[in-house]
Design a protein around this ligand. Structure first.
Ligand code: 5AD
Length: 329
């Protein structure tokens, strides 16, 4: 039995948030006043839940937060996850999304434990601008060191995610293009979604895919690369084949129709969409003594209800019941 929703989408990708704590306070994500709001489960409990998902066809597991590298015991958890096998008897595609601040010291042990890939969030390639966005002094050097260490550890391709906000860091588009070419990393621009704690989002603040492409083309002619079907990013390189840019455009070009993802929050709730208005208490059932078979049935019934699409920008849009830092990216 492999997970499908009622819209016929195969669900193969699980994102697991292991904490909603974060050591950054990025202006487009957090108010700066709130800390963690939700509990964390022991790793043994995440492991049991992930195993249930994997027995239902999950092939890709991404660890996220908050900031996942803040959690002690992460390396051992990755080692345990790396022992799981998919229904096709393959190891999981194990990845982490991190702000990169603690990556340089942890990346080698994580790689040895079985981590396959790392995505680092970085919204400016300028130390001062970076500090203004993250509201943490001197982070830029640490993150840059983290990206380079991930490359050295062989977690390739290292992807760097950048969320663009109009009037704030859109001047970084060309700088990131240079960065991709110089550091040989994949830079991915993500359109800003209404998932922040505060109320920063408006359609006007979103720097759209078309605008990004225009700016890139002014720097150097871009050429599109082939996509894999369930990939969220449209991929580009430049006329000389040097550098790779991805554009993730959930606002201007939604890709809900081939979404393959579900999420598990740090407190063990299943979310079937970033924009879900409710979450499903899987851990609660586990703690009340449900068997693996019962948990598995519950997961199937929850996934079946996965939303057809999000409604960003539409008149009746209602913000989801949690913001990004408390869901997991
Ligand atoms: N819109 C788009 N991307 C976001 N991220 C965080 N908040 C938002 C948002 N509101 C990004 C992070 C990270 C990834 C998990 O999602 O910067 O790279």
């Amino acid at each position: 039995m492999r997970l499908h929703d009622k819209h016929g989408r195969a669900i193969t990708d699980l994102r697991v948030s292991i904490t909603d704590r974060c050591n950054y306070k990025c202006v487009y994500c957090r108010t700066g006043n709130e800390g963690a709001l939700y509990s964390e489960l022991p790793f043994s409990d995440y492991l049991r839940l992930v195993r249930i998902f994997v027995q239902l066809g999950i092939e890709k597991v991404r660890l996220t937060g908050g900031e996942p590298l803040l959690r002690n015991g992460l390396v051992d958890f990755v080692r345990d996850l790396a022992k799981l096998r998919t229904l096709d008897n393959q190891p999981l595609d194990l990845a982490v999304t991190t702000n990169g601040h603690l990556l340089s010291e942890l990346v080698q042990p994580l790689k040895e434990a079985g981590l396959r890939r790392a995505t680092v969030s970085m919204d400016a390639v300028d130390a001062e601008k970076f500090a203004r966005i993250t509201r943490v002094p001197n982070g830029y050097e640490s993150v840059l060191a983290g990206i380079r260490a991930a490359k050295r550890a062989g977690l390739e391709p290292v992807k760097v995610n950048c969320v663009l906000l109009r009037g704030f860091n859109e001047d970084q588009i060309v700088e990131f293009a240079r960065f991709s070419r110089e550091e040989s990393v994949v830079v991915r621009f993500i359109e800003f979604m209404p998932l922040e704690e505060d109320r920063v989002w408006s359609p006007h603040v979103v720097v759209t895919m078309d605008e990004i492409l225009e700016k890139l083309n002014q720097f150097r002619p871009v050429r599109q690369l082939p996509n894999t079907p369930s990939e969220t990013a449209r991929r580009y390189t430049f006329d000389d084949g040097k550098g790779e840019i991805g554009i993730i455009a959930p606002v201007s070009h939604p890709f809900c129709g081939h979404c393959s993802r579900v999420r598990l929050t740090s407190d063990g709730k299943v979310r079937t969409c970033l924009f879900s208005l409710l979450d499903h208490d899987l851990a609660g059932r586990m703690y009340r003594g449900a068997s693996d078979a019962e948990l598995s049935d519950y997961v199937c019934s929850v996934v079946d209800q996965k939303e057809a699409r999000h409604h960003i920008g539409e008149p009746g849009f209602v913000k989801p019941s949690r913001s990004m830092v408390h869901i997991g990216g």
